[in-house]
Each structure stands twice: as structure tokens, then as C-alpha cells.
Design a protein around this ligand. Sequence first.
Ligand code: SF4
Length: 435
Amino acid sequence: MSFTWRQFREDEFWKKIPLWKDVDYKTFIDHKWQEKNAITNHKKLLRIIQDLVDKDVLEDAKNGFLRGPMAIRVSPYLLSLISWETPITCPIRRQFLPLASQLQPDHPMLRFDSLNEQVDSPVKGLTHRYEDKALFLALDTCPVYCRFCTRSYAVGSNTVTAEKVSIKASRGRWADVFDYIRRTPQLEDIVISGGDSYRLKASQIKEIGDELLKIDHIRRFRFATKGPAAMPMKILTDGAWTNAIASLANKARNHYKEVCIHTHFNHVNEITNITKDAMDLLFLKGVKVRNQSVFQRGVNDTPEDMIELVKKLSHMNVQSYYVYVHDLVQGTEDMRTSVQTALDVEKHVRGATAGFNTPTFVVDAPDGGGKRCAHSFEHYDRETGISVYTAPSVKPGQKFLYFDPLHSLTKDKQIAWTKKEFQEEMVRNVLRAVK
Ligand code: SF4
């Protein structure tokens, strides 16, 4: 056995990018250098990779960018980890750089904000769906922009195909959020997200944390960030940010409360010795890290890829918590899988390691049903690709439908989904089957 998940790459992988061939380790792990050199427009990105890929791939990428709903932002760290010898199949490239030739038409049942987060928002930027938990969108920017982002309705700047709802970091808006949390005693658990907590300043982490710690009924909160996967060096070189999180976690512990980080690794290729050092530092400082992956076609939709990821995360003391069946997000149909694929992979993952490090595979039920265990459907018509979930503790009496991607269905069913009358009939039939 080779125990590959215990090995971490230590090479200077960024030097294969011509622009960064002379950048030394000390510079590369400086979070300010990473921020300053993040790639934020497709022309610059194409210039950087022009000597690494052939002209067809460059053209394909250019056309892909023009059709995506997300603004562009990629860290030098992630861009260097893309396998430029095999960009078509590279699991990191697939998550951040769309190729027009791989894009597929959206599912006809897709809507912007498919999880209905804005409908369940009593205050702008706060989603209160589960009785004791709320999601606080503190800001609308991230260290990277993922093409599959569920929150593409708000995250990043407007693109040719998407106009965004504004949830900028602002004291006035935050005050309304804290007010709501204060006067809602059933709330115990707050997720601070965005955007991404990595982009909150150390002083803002402290401000939000202190405010929440003062509220008696709040027992736990977590900072959600893709940062450890996108730019792990920040934890090592931005002492102010890391110490702000660590002192908050310690302060919370003294109040018998929990503050932790929820992060978002999708594939082992995102993990290097820099990641390991960063996770070790958080561990030493007493900050618990859990991981939530998105289940993606061509990224982590095989038992081998998912088991390797889960075991590597465990090795770094990062606990695998959820694997989300990919939401219906504009422009990402090529990345979605069927619920059945998730069930098949989950069967292999369970038993590969300790139960507490084994993620639960969930469907985040479209229209605001919340996270449902992927197995817990009331009915699943594999031919039409419709699964039906209920959420008695979230929205009693309602039914929530998830739709498998069209590419996972037979040609006949794909054609049926293009016709309005058949769409309605398929939905009617599946709802009838649940009764
Ligand atoms: S980091 Fe998170 S919130 Fe930001 S674009 Fe990626 S998935 Fe969306």
C-alpha cells in the first residue's frame, strides 16, 4: 500500500508558470503577493497560460469565460496547481476555468438563487431557514470565484450573463443582522459566510465574533471559507487574521461555546505541503476545521477520488462533514451528476475510514428545503431524473424536487425535458407517486 494521502507535494510547482519562474518560496507564500497577483480578468489569464496550452484550448477558454455567470478571480496558488499538460480533464481547471466546448444547456427547471436564500431572508444578507441556525452573508467577495458557486446571484461583480444582488460588508447592514439575531432566541448557531470569511479583515473577524459572543443564546458559530483550499499560505503569513480566529476560538471556549472554520476542498490536487503547514498551525492553535465538498463530475465523482480526499483531510485533522450533490447553478450543467452517482460513491466512502471523518452526502433541496441526506428521498424516478424530498422540521408539508442533469438521462427523456407539456407531466407523475 502506498498511503498516498499521507504524502504532500513539496516541489516549487508555481515555477512551471513562465511568469512566476523566478518567484522564490518566501515570496510565493506571502499572502499579500498572492492577493496582488490574483488573476481577475480573462485576458490576463489567457496571457499567463498562452505558452502552456495550445491555441484551441485558449480559444475554448476565452469563449467559456464570456458565457459564465461568475466574475473571474483565481489565486496564483491554484492556477499553478492546474495540470497544464492535461487541462481538459484537470479537476482544478474544471472548477475555475470553463471551456465553452464542455458547457451544456441549463436544465429547464433551473432558477437563479435555486436555494431561495433571498426568500428566507428576514434581513438583507441573513438567511434564517432552520429553526436554530442562520446564515450571515457578511460580504460579497472571495479569494477566488468558483464557476459552480450556488451564491452566484450575489457573489462577485456583475458579468455579461448575470446581474448580482449587493451584499457588501457594511456596518449598517451588519447592525440589522445582529439586531435580528439578538431578538430571535431560538437561534443558537450562526454561519458567517459571503462571499468568504477569508476576505474579512482581522478587525472585522473580531468585531463580528465579539458581537455574537455577547449574545447568550448563540452557542456556536463558524467562519465559512474556501481560503485553505485556494490560498492556504494566508494562514501562515497573515498573523493578524489567523490570530483573530484563534483568539476568538479560545475566548469562545472560555464561554463554553464553539468557534470553528468550515472550509471547502474538492480534490486532493488542491492540497500541498503549504496546506498541511497551515492546517497544522490551526490545529496547534486549537481551531477546529471541517470540510464541505461539492460533488462534481470529472472532479471527485469516483470512489477513488473521494476516498483519497477524505483520508488526506483526516490526515490534516480536517473533518469531512458534508458532500453536496451539485446545486442547479447557471452554466454548470456539465459539472453536475445524478443523485444515483452520489449514492454509489457514498456507498464506497462509508467504511473507508472512521465514521466521524466520513461525510454525509446531501442534496440541498431546491426552493429552500435545506440539506437533506441524499438517501432520504420520498421518491426517485431515475428515468426522468426527478427526486422528491421533504423537510418536516424545516418546511412541514412541502415537497422539494431535485433534477438530475440532462446528460445523465436517455435521449428520449432529454428531448421530453425540452417540451413544456412533458415537463409538467413528468413533475405531476412524480408528485403523484409520492402520495
Ligand atoms: S469561494 Fe465559496 S462563495 Fe466564493 S465563489 Fe467559491 S463557492 Fe462561491
